[in-house]
Design a protein around this ligand. Structure first.
Ligand code: UD1
Length: 421
């Protein structure tokens, strides 16, 4: 077990370079299993979720190697169907993309139910709905999902999702890319990582259109070929550093971002009083003066992301006045961090889907525990803004999704160190 120790109060100054997007790469890596050939994936963050996923892909006899710090080469020529190791699959959430990838490549998948961040009930009924519509038989037990071609075989289909689901949209795209006929996903997720997966698959020879809108069309092709592809920058990692500057105060150039993807976050931080300048592929964030209260409601993209809920909550906790934060994707997400923030002096009252946050002058350091990835990020931001020393425990959650976090914050002038217990 390891923990972070943060001495708060330092302004953040300088440059930070954002890594490749976790939620894009965890869809793209399984997608390489659909390809017969060699894929070179660039801008891959070296985070624990990626390392687990690469081990799963290796266990299917793909040849996987890092050719430099951020490039992974995956040769899928000798991949054979087998059940992904449940011990690996249960360590992370996005391992459920093995269902769509294996179904797409081999017409069958027997995959353990995923693990990962459990900040809410995370059903997969929409994924299953998609597989059934594509002609699969699906059997679910407490621990496993078994998917195989039904009596009429697998075929393209029109699928209208009942809820906007990133995971279900990705799994259906993976399953349908090599399937005979046309698949149409209605009410599809529009997140940047959905577009990135479509771009990756199209670079490999797929015929996917409409990604980024709520209707995605997939015309099945016979084969995908290898190629080189660079993953988009991580919207949430960038947003986390931006929120950290706003909470702790400072002047930071956040580099390697797509400013368009950041708009939903940029707008809110500006409303709070941050000065934000957008350039082609970087954003400068300056916060000197007091912060104002704001109202935020999380929504699927292009709305304010639920994965930034906890980080913006820290900014609200030290802004002037009463802010309101409403969660519309995962109702129980507040419980992952609000109690911990209260231990640092935050004034937060949760009523159903809404947290009312009354700003306080100063958070104070304490020992707190990360209960999921983004909750952990929020506690780090709180520690940077707080007076005194904050110890964040359970940081394995944070290391799932943030590459070289200590190095990046240290470079910005933060006092933060990792302690092995
Ligand atoms: C993805 C992200 C996660 C983010 C979330 C919402 C990845 C790897 N993870 O998670 O970081 O917090 O999107 O932006 O990209 N739902 C159902 N049935 C389903 C699937 C989902 O009811 O079959 C509901 C969920 O409970 C939730 C909503 O739909 O309320 C959105 O979930 P979804 O977009 O699927 O989240 P994930 O793909 O798990």
């Amino acid at each position: 077990m390891a923990k972070y120790e943060i001495v708060g109060g330092n302004r953040l100054e300088g440059n930070v370079v954002i890594s490749g997007a976790k939620n894009a790469v965890v869809a793209i890596l399984p997608a390489t299993l659909l390809v017969q050939g060699v894929c070179r994936i660039e801008n891959v963050p070296n985070i624990s979720d990626v390392r687990i996923l690469l081990d799963i892909i290796r266990s299917l006899k793909a040849k996987v190697r890092w050719t430099d710090d951020s490039t992974v080469e995956i040769d899928t020529t000798e991949v054979e169907y087998c059940e992904p190791d449940p011990k690996l699959v249960t360590q992370m959430r996005a391992s459920y993309y093995m269902m769509g990838a294996l179904l797409g490549r081999y017409g069958q998948a027997h995959v353990a139910l995923p693990g990962g961040c459990n900040f809410a009930a995370r059903p997969i009924d929409q994924h299953v709905k998609g597989f059934l519509a594509l002609g699969a038989d699906v059997t679910e037990t407490d621990d496993f999902v078994d998917i195989k071609a039904g009596p009429d075989g697998l075929h393209g289909a029109r699928i209208s999702l009942d809820v906007v689901s990133v995971g279900a949209t990705v799994n259906i795209m993976l399953a349908a890319a090599l399937m005979e006929g046309q698949t149409i996903i209605e009410n599809a997720a529009k997140e940047p990582h959905i577009v990135d997966l479509a771009n990756f698959l199209n670079t490999m020879g797929a015929r996917i259109s409409g990604a980024g809108t709520d209707t995605i069309k997939i015309k099945g092709v016979e084969k995908l070929h290898g190629a080189t592809y660079a993953v988009i920058p991580d919207q949430i990692e960038a947003g986390t550093y931006m929120a950290a500057v706003v909470a702790a105060g400072g002047d930071v150039l956040v580099q390697n971002v797509i400013p368009k993807h950041m708009e939903c976050i940029t707008t809110r931080l500006r409303e709070m009083g941050a000065r934000i300048t957008e350039y082609d592929d970087s954003i400068r964030v300056v916060r000197d003066g007091p912060m104002r209260r704001i109202t935020v409601k999380t929504m699927p993209y292009p709305g304010f992301p639920t994965d930034m809920q906890a980080q913006i909550c820290v900014c609200m906790a030290i802004a002037n006045g009463i802010s309101r934060l409403t969660e519309s994707v995962y109702e129980t997400r507040f419980f992952g961090y609000c109690t911990e923030l209260q231990h640092m002096g935050a004034n937060i009252v949760i009523n159903g889907k809404t947290a009312t946050v009354t700003g306080t002058d100063q958070l104070v350091g304490n020992t707190v525990t990360a209960k999921d990835l983004r909750a952990g990020a929020a506690l780090i931001i709180a520690g940077l803004a707080a007076e005194g020393t904050t110890t964040v425990k359970n940081i394995h959650y944070v290391e799932r999704g943030y590459e070289r976090l200590i190095e990046k914050f240290t470079q910005l002038g933060a006092s933060i160190r990792r302690i092995e217990e």
